[in-house]
Structure formats: C-alpha cells, structure tokens
Write a new protein. Structure first.
Length: 220
C-alpha cells in the first residue's frame, strides 16, 4: 500500500494569539489522486513590511534569513515573482520578470533595510494593479508588523480583489498586530512568526501550502 503524507495547517484566532496546528494525515493512494505539481504558471506577490516602528532590527534580520535560506527553496519560477516593500511609502516595486533567477532574489533580500512609517492600503492597491495572465491564479503573501485601524479599513477593497485572484495570506512579524485585527480583510490564511527555532520549517511549509498554483484537491 502506498501512503501519502499531507501537512494541513489550522489557524485558531483567539484574541491575542493565533496558534498554528500541524496535523499529519495518511491517505491511501488511489487511481483518482491528483499529482501535486505546480503548473507552469505560478505567480507570487510578496509584500514586505520594512517598517522600523515595531520590529527590531534583529528580528528583521531573522525574517530576511528565512526568506533567503528557506522560502526561496519553494519558489517554482523566480521570473513569476513580484516583490514590493513598504513603510511610510512604497519603497520598492519589483514587477514580475525583474528577478531572472534565485541569485537575483537572494541579492535583493540581502539589500533590504528598515525605515519608519506604515501604510498598507497603497501597497495592496499597487500589487492589485500588477499585470498577471488571466489564466493563472496569484498567490499574495503580506509580511506585516504593524496595525493601523484606518489603514485596515482602507485596505478592504484591495484585499478582496487580491483574494479573488487566488489567495491572500498574511505573515505576522512581532507583536504589533494581532490575527483578529486582520479579519476584516478576510485573509485566506494567517501565520504568526514566533521567532523561535521552529519558524523556518513551519513558515516554509505554510508558504508552500498557501500557493494557489497547484491543481485543486491534489495531495501535497
């Protein structure tokens, strides 16, 4: 009997804490199982909060290392990745096609530096306006460290549009924002970084499982 192992993340939002649970299921492999390989089109938008208002430089460096050493291993095609950074303004917009390979991606991540301020709605609007093929889904990952009630309210319309394009996933950095405060945006999923020894493995699995470019109902 062939057995396939699947990791599923459940996120329980309880006031101040979102606790990720990993459940391992075993399923018997049958004739109807869909191979879980990404399609040739796997468009990913990474939106990265580089604000220094809340997140310390040490923790900022930690998440940069996870992006370089772990998450980069799960990106199928770097030419189909956009990367936008923001603080009080939109600092950098690298559209699809700017990264030619993994080395370009790693070099860019290494160059990132923090700056003060926070504005979410403008960056989500900008990412929503990036052009992707109409035949593919877009997986958006927003790394966020700060909370502003007005900015969340202003972001709802853009969050809805991004979610309709594929998936809208949030990664919370630090304690400046709680999972429940993101619920008005109706995210597809939320992951809270604890900045412990398990983050690299768990966040990488979260990233992989949140990609929208796999066949539906496939076994990952």
């Amino acid at each position: 009997m062939n057995v396939i192992f699947k990791n599923i993340f459940f996120f329980l939002a309880i006031s101040c804490v979102t606790q990720p649970y990993t459940i391992q299921l075993t399923e018997e492999k049958g004739d109807n199982v869909i191979p879980c390989h990404s399609t040739n089109l796997c468009y990913i938008s990474i939106v990265f909060d580089i604000s220094s208002d809340i997140l310390s430089n040490r923790l900022f460096m930690d998440i940069k290392n996870i992006l370089k050493n772990n998450i980069s291993t799960e990106i199928p095609n770097f030419t189909q990745v956009s990367f936008t950074t923001f603080s009080r303004d939109i600092n950098t917009i690298l559209n699809f096609g700017n990264f030619k390979n993994k080395d370009d991606f790693l070099e860019f991540i290494e160059s990132l530096k923090q700056s003060p301020g926070f504005i979410l709605s403008n960056v989500l609007n900008t990412v929503n306006n990036l052009t992707t093929p109409s035949t593919t889904k877009l997986s958006t990952f927003v790394f966020i460290s700060n909370y502003d009630k007005e900015e969340i309210a202003n972001s709802i319309v853009y969050a809805n549009k991004l979610r309709e394009k594929g998936s809208l996933n949030f990664v919370i950095l630090g304690r400046g924002i709680k999972p429940v405060q993101l619920l008005p945006l109706e995210p597809s999923s939320i992951y809270v970084i604890n900045f412990d020894n398990n983050d690299a493995k768990q966040l990488t699995a979260f990233f992989y499982n949140s990609l929208s470019c796999f066949p539906e109902n496939c076994i990952r």
